[in-house]
Design a protein around this ligand. Structure first.
Ligand code: BTN
Length: 322
């Protein structure tokens, strides 16, 4: 019920809501309403109380709140099973454990802080407390293992669209799935999957969004190539809002993908890409490849046009610019 009370305040942002209106809407006593407001205050919400007008929500806690997240989510299934933690080693590990225990598709794991955040290619992902969005999502798509790169591209498109809508920043996708603005990386995606006989049994999509990190949160060597939405846009963002709008965008695109396949996702990805049509160096386990990326093929591989005119599909590599 705290969630329903909070939703009423969030729907009437900046306005007074009377205790009577809440008790009528939720069909509970005025005392029960008062107790719920006290409970929200204990969680860090601040209200202004007026004898005549009721309560006005002034601010929320800096901490992520499960109640607030649930109240703000506007999805049917994505993120509805929520596991919110203070500190974990990696949300990827927590989500994997839940997947093995049979948790349903759409299960969302979020942590305020990760002690061993994992990046792509075995790298470490810095995840300081209370400043970013560190989350993992459990998906159970009925797809062949071969199509899992498409899910990575889809996730990047959803995140890019959500963040562009929430900020005034010009955010683009660097292949395969880094989000950049002003040439700096502000988010990363790590997809880990489990498969049986070439069919995916589940996928854990790990997303790190550097939302409100400050310069001092970064190791100096990272500052040249990474930044947070706050550092780039000059404004702190409500992390609940980031999660809610990303979940909404991802649910819609995932359903579109299941209905219509990869083609519409490819078009959206290409429109947001910042790494097409300029000379690039791709470092693959087999060595370096140079050429001009010209688009994606129908499987989601990057099409690299080499100097001799040959076009080569590349599934996995690290992209750099000479
Ligand atoms: C990258 O290298 O760009 C991918 C970074 C992915 C980081 C996220 S944060 C939430 C989830 N848990 C992890 O340990 N890693 C992913």
């Amino acid at each position: 019920m705290s969630e329903q009370v909070l939703r009423m305040f969030l729907d009437k942002e900046g306005e007074y809501v009377s205790g009577e209106a809440i008790s009528r809407e939720l069909q509970v006593s005025r005392t029960a309403v008062w107790k719920k407001i006290r409970k929200l205050e204990e969680e860090g919400y601040r209200f202004e109380a007026s004898r005549k007008l009721g309560y006005k929500l002034l601010s929320g806690p800096d901490r992520l709140s499960a109640v607030k997240l649930q109240a703000m989510l506007d999805t049917r299934w994505l993120g509805r099973r929520l596991h919110l933690h203070d500190t974990v080693d990696s949300t990827q590990h927590v989500a994997r454990r839940l997947a093995e225990e049979g948790a349903p598709e759409g299960t969302l794991v979020i942590a305020e802080q990760q002690l061993q955040g994992k990046g792509r290619l075995g790298r470490r992902w810095e995840s300081p407390k209370g400043k970013g969005v560190w989350l993992s999502l459990l998906l159970r798509p009925k797809l062949s293992l071969q199509r899992s790169p498409q899910l990575t591209l889809l996730t990047a498109v959803a995140l890019c669209r959500a963040l562009r809508r929430l900020t005034e920043l010009d955010i683009g996708i660097k292949w395969p799935n880094d989000l950049l603005s002003g040439g700096k990386k502000l988010s990363g995606i790590l997809l880990e999957s489990s498969a049986e006989e070439e069919r995916l049994s589940y996928v854990i999509a790990g997303i790190g969004i550097s939302a409100n990190l400050e310069e001092s949160d970064y190791p100096p060597e990272l500052l040249e190539k990474a930044a947070s939405l706050y550092m780039l846009g000059g404004r702190k963002l409500d992390r609940h809002q980031i999660v809610a709008s990303f979940m909404k965008e991802l649910e819609e695109l995932y359903e579109l993908y299941m209905r219509e396949g990869f083609c519409p996702i490819r078009t959206l990805w290409e429109a947001l890409a910042v790494s097409l049509h300029k000379h690039a160096v791709l470092t693959t386990p087999q060595g370096e490849l140079e050429g001009v990326p010209v688009g994606l093929d129908e499987n989601g591989a990057l099409l690299l046009k080499m100097d001799n005119g040959e076009v080569l599909p590349v599934f996995s590599a690290e992209m750099g610019w000479p």
